[in-house]
Design a protein around this ligand. Structure first.
Ligand code: DQQ
Length: 543
């Protein structure tokens, strides 16, 4: 009997029904994690009256869905409540404030404020809008319909608050800095905080410090010798999240990236797959910075309507600065391991060229897999002139089935028993001028026999140290999503797939090697994943 909802996830966040996009205002307040999201409560498609839906959790895994926190109601947001962020104001009693974008009665984009009605309600169920809204209206040099997505605010040494807003002027994308002494009256700074030519609008800017010598996170306002700054921008034209490491020049009120945006595959991205409008927050309960990201469907609009829902969130990821200082690292939050159930392990097994082995005994449709591969000597590997290669194109060239010297090797996830359906997540090693590079790819081209899907393949290349003889891969598989983490979180690739056969008990998991040289599975651990709890508050109270 075919399942009615084979693509609904077991442990990835999704609303009970209808459309979800951006994560909004994630925060931790008095022992509770809050998560808001862009939601169309009326249909599984993006809507004309977007609201802020609200869910709460004690562990970021099991969630209680509450009533909507912010809905269109006034002239300054009557046509939608779009994305924004939370800032927790210090004081005798800390107080969260949300800044969000309203689409006003003229269809202008303006920034508004909302506060919890009752700070003693542990779930902060009700939110009230500030009487002085709108707090910011489009300044000169900014298009009135491209001025949105306030970041979390931070406080400077002078005690003033600062926030950045995404914007556009012609082809230029920018983030605009505002300052305030009281968090109510905001003044625009004339010079942009950061701008890029030929990119179009900057959406959902996220600006935060990262520690130089620690994986711990820090609060948005921290400025010291021991941090660097990250500016993340979601470029609408590409539908991709880029980030810049750089210097926050406090006195000038701007951000200077170490490396400029090039528009090529050398720009830094949080995830090379389906992933957009991400937002992070500082979790002071565990001293870490956590990142959420919206993972959209790759199915048709008509199918979204038939399923009755669209949109997922990634598993929240801890993010920190790599030791090299040159990139961020990301790893699924440790709480997800609570859902690990039955475990299967493989130790020290050789995968000769052209071989494939099944990881059997777990529920392959909902699994967490970690594998460490031991590499052969790299000397004889093929040459790749990476200056001429677009990893994205490379990946699309029937890659998983091609045979190389070292690789492709990796996982076949959500595979049918005969493997006609599968998503290959794999590595292949090349030699480039004076270095070795690894190509990581998530190949959806054979993920389903269904024809009406977007099966774009995703890939990227990164340097590897020839003295390190292993490479690791972790994939979180959850019915229609595969989130993969290469090299302990150095590279992330998220994909959406809709198998027609590899559903539920008919899904299989394999490890494969299509390279001519053997690789060794030094260690593989795979777990069936339990279902997370997603409940409406009323039903949970009744239990
Ligand atoms: N989604 C929101 C906007 C934002 C865009 C509207 C990014 O505020 O710019 O739902 O996905």
């Amino acid at each position: 009997v075919p399942e009615k909802q084979p693509y609904r996830t077991w442990y990835h966040f999704q609303p009970p029904q209808n459309w979800m996009n951006d994560p909004n205002a994630p925060m931790y307040y008095k022992g509770v994690y809050h998560f808001f999201y862009q939601h169309n409560p009326y249909a599984p498609t993006f809507g004309e009256k977007m609201v802020w839906a609200h869910s709460v959790s004690y562990d970021l895994i099991n969630w209680i869905h509450l009533n909507h926190a912010i809905e269109p109601s006034d002239s300054y947001d009557i046509n939608s409540c779009w994305s924004g962020s939370a800032t927790i104001l210090p004081g005798e009693e800390e107080q969260p404030v949300i800044l969000y974008t309203g689409i006003d009665n003229n269809k202008y984009q303006v920034q508004n404020m909302a506060m919890p009605k009752d700070l003693s309600d542990p779930f902060l169920r009700e939110w009230v809008k500030h009487p002085q809204n709108p707090a910011m209206t489009p300044p000169s040099g900014v298009e009135v319909n491209n001025f949105r997505d306030p970041s979390t605010a931070w406080q400077g040494k002078d005690g003033k608050w600062r926030v950045v807003i995404g914007a556009q002027n012609g082809d230029e994308g920018k983030t605009i800095l505002y300052q305030s002494e009281d968090f109510v009256n905001w003044r625009v700074e004339l010079n942009p905080f950061f701008a890029t030519d030929n990119t179009g609008v900057c959406e959902c800017p996220d600006f935060f410090p990262v520690s130089i010598n620690s994986t711990n996170g820090v609060d948005a306002s921290v400025q010291s010798q021991s941090v660097r700054h990250v500016l993340k921008i979601s470029y609408l034209r590409r539908h991709q999240d880029y980030y810049f490491l750089g210097k926050y020049v406090y006195d000038e009120g701007n951000f200077v990236p170490d490396v400029k945006f090039t528009g090529t595959s050398s720009d830094l991205r949080l995830d090379y797959g389906k992933f957009y409008a991400s937002k992070s927050f500082f979790d002071h309960a565990k001293n870490r910075r956590i990142l959420w990201g919206w993972v959209n469907e790759c199915d048709t609009r008509q199918n979204d309507i038939e399923k009755g829902w669209a949109g997922l969130q990634c598993i929240p990821r801890q993010v920190w600065l790599d030791e090299s200082g040159k990139q961020l690292m990301q790893w699924p939050i440790e709480e997800i391991e609570k859902l690990r159930d039955k475990q299967i392990s493989i130790l020290g097994e050789k995968l000769v060229g052209g071989s494939i082995i099944e990881v059997s005994g777990i529920t392959a449709s909902q699994a967490d897999v970690e594998v460490l591969f031991e590499l052969p000597e790299l000397e004889n590997v093929e040459w790749l002139d990476e200056s001429e290669v677009d990893p994205h194109l490379l990946c699309s060239e029937e890659y998983a089935t091609r045979s190389g010297t070292i690789g492709p090797f990796g996982l076949l996830a959500l595979a049918s028993e005969d493997q006609t359906e599968h998503t290959a997540v794999f590595f292949r090693i090349y030699r480039a001028s004076n270095r070795y590079i690894c190509f990581m790819c998530s190949d959806q081209s054979r993920s389903s026999l269904r024809q009406d899907l977007d099966k774009t393949t995703y890939g990227t290349i990164f340097d590897i140290d020839p003295n390190v003889k292993t490479i690791s891969l972790r994939s979180l598989i959850d019915r229609s999503i595969i989130e993969s983490f290469g090299e302990k979180g150095r590279i992330c690739i998220t994909s959406r797939v809709y198998p027609s056969m590899s559903i539920d008990k008919n899904a299989h998991l394999y490890v494969f090697n299509n390279g001519s040289q053997s690789v060794v599975i030094s260690e593989l651990n795979a777990w069936s994943m339990k279902q997370a709890e997603f409940g409406q508050e009323e039903s949970i109270n009744k239990q």
